[in-house]
Design a binder for this molecule. Structure first.
Ligand code: 4AD
Ligand code: MG
Length: 451
């Protein structure tokens, strides 16, 4: 019987003759007996293959190198209390692809920096093996959450004609290597999307509740542990919803995703607890069980002013953009958990956010969490045509490019809200991994472009 998925149904294999394919994690040979630990890719756990000196080719099996692809035929035994929960008494071990001696992974622990140089090999190391499966499961959690609630999944374009955030941090699309790239998308200017929000809003005004989930690009030259030039974002948009509804949705989604991942990745979380963050499960379980606090930007500034000695060389004043250390101070020292900061000064936020009655602030929310800082950015959208048009003028924006967006306010526009969740940051938050480069399969940052 060929084992297609070791994790699936152990009882079906127990005591039977099986064929298992996988990759060698370790190979230890004693005098009369040898142990080959292999992973078949279906689960975190490995199978221990026992081979003995009495069988043909003992010396050949003993020479199989770490990383080799093999096919093992033998009798299967479930060993739930053993270090490896599966065991195979080998009758035959066939090498399908031998691994050369200059294989970059060795049995020891390698540094994260070293691993970033070998993105084609690093998924095979335990940390990345766990992270990238969690990445897959978290994607499924997101889709499950929204699909179960009737949200429509919309594919917004990667190539776009506008800079949604108005921050001008875009990669231009070009096929040319000279300087004449300005209108290089068949005579038009085009760039990689910084956010799917503007393109998803029309769909919210059709299906009521929608979401995008895809890659996003930012040309900010930030060399931090939480910024990447390419990252994935989930952007839901809810019609007939105000900022409170928006925050309720964020909170519910976060809690659902945490519970879903804890349930579907128990081995991965056991590994994170042991090797990455000893408090990981307790920490995120607490988030799933807690109520997310809400605090205005103005209150946050008051807290920061009281602690201003801690932020050397930095003025703290109403109207400033919060730095990540300020955000972390609020959610680590003042609240000790996730907190929504709301009602930011309008001058530091995007043009599409709804202006509050005080005329100074907008109905925006950022969800701040310990370790990571800003995890989600959301807002109620400005649905009043005149107000939005004036704001675009005040900000010196080119109205022609976004006339279609303004027109939505004339064609059955209504109150609506949405947010963007940084998917890679969510993974960092859940696993305890400290650097965004270690949760992305092929990280793209200003200094890294490997393959
Ligand atoms: O706050 P941002 O810029 O919001 C938007 O793009 C809105 N259009 C979202 C919306 O309302 N539909 O980005 C949203 C989130 C941030 O909170 C952060 O988690 C993540 O995206 N993010 C980044 N993640 C990794 N690297 C970067 N350079 C990021 N920039 C933003
Ligand atoms: Mg933001």
């Amino acid at each position: 019987m060929l084992v297609k998925k070791l994790a699936a149904d152990v009882s079906a294999y127990d005591g039977k003759q099986v064929v298992l394919q996988g990759w060698v994690r370790t190979n230890r040979k004693g005098k009369n007996i040898g142990f080959l630990v292999i992973n078949d890719g279906s689960c975190f756990a490995n199978a221990q293959v026992v081979y003995s000196a009495e069988q043909d080719g003992f010396d050949e099996i003993a020479k199989i190198t770490l990383g080799s692809a093999v096919e093992v035929t033998g009798t299967f035994k479930a060993t739930p209390d053993g270090k490896q929960p599966f065991e195979i008494q080998a009758e035959k071990v066939e090498v399908l692809g031998m691994c050369d001696h200059d294989y970059p992974l060795q049995k020891k622990r390698h540094s994260f920096e070293y691993m970033r140089e070998i993105p084609h090999i690093r998924p095979r190391a335990n940390t990345y093996y766990a992270v990238f499966r969690l990445r897959s499961v978290l994607s499924m959690a997101i889709h499950t959450f929204f699909q179960e609630r009737g949200f429509v999944y919309v594919h917004t374009p990667v190539i776009t004609g506008n800079d949604a955030e108005g921050a001008g941090e875009c990669f231009t699309v070009t096929t040319r290597s000279d300087d004449h790239y300005e209108k290089d998308f068949f005579g038009k200017h085009a760039q990689l999307t910084v956010s799917g929000q503007l393109h998803v809003e029309p769909f919210a005004l059709t299906y009521r509740n929608v979401y995008t989930f895809g890659p996003t690009f930012r040309a900010e030259n930030s060399n931090t542990t939480r910024h990447a030039s390419e990252f994935w974002m989930i952007e839901p948009e809810l019609a007939f919803a105000d900022l409170d509804d928006d925050m309720d949705c964020i909170e519910e989604m976060m809690k659902f995703c945490i519970r879903y991942c804890l349930e579907h990745c128990p081995e991965e979380f056991a590994f994170f607890e042991k090797m990455i963050d000893h408090d990981c499960v307790k920490r995120i379980q607490k988030v799933a069980d807690s109520h997310f606090q809400r605090m205005t930007y103005t209150e946050a500034i008051e807290h920061l002013l009281k602690a201003k000695d801690q932020f050397e060389n930095q003025d703290i004043f109403w109207g400033m953009d919060l730095q990540s250390e300020h955000e972390r101070y609020i959610c680590e020292k003042i609240v000790d958990g996730p907190v929504f900061l709301i009602d930011y000064p309008k001058d530091i936020k995007a043009f599409y956010m709804r202006v509050n009655d005080d005329q100074k602030t907008v109905a925006a929310c950022d969800l701040l969490v310990p370790y990571v800082g800003e995890l989600v950015g959301g807002s109620q959208r400005e649905e009043r045509y005149d107000v939005l048009e004036q704001r675009m003028k005040d900000m010196g924006m080119n109205q022609d490019i976004l006339q279609w967006y303004l027109d939505l306010r004339r064609f059955g526009g209504c109150k609506h809200s949405g947010f963007g969740l940084g998917f890679d940051r969510m993974l960092m938050y859940m696993s305890g991994i400290q650097n965004i480069r270690d949760v992305e399969p092929y990280p793209r940052t200003p200094r890294n472009l490997i393959f």
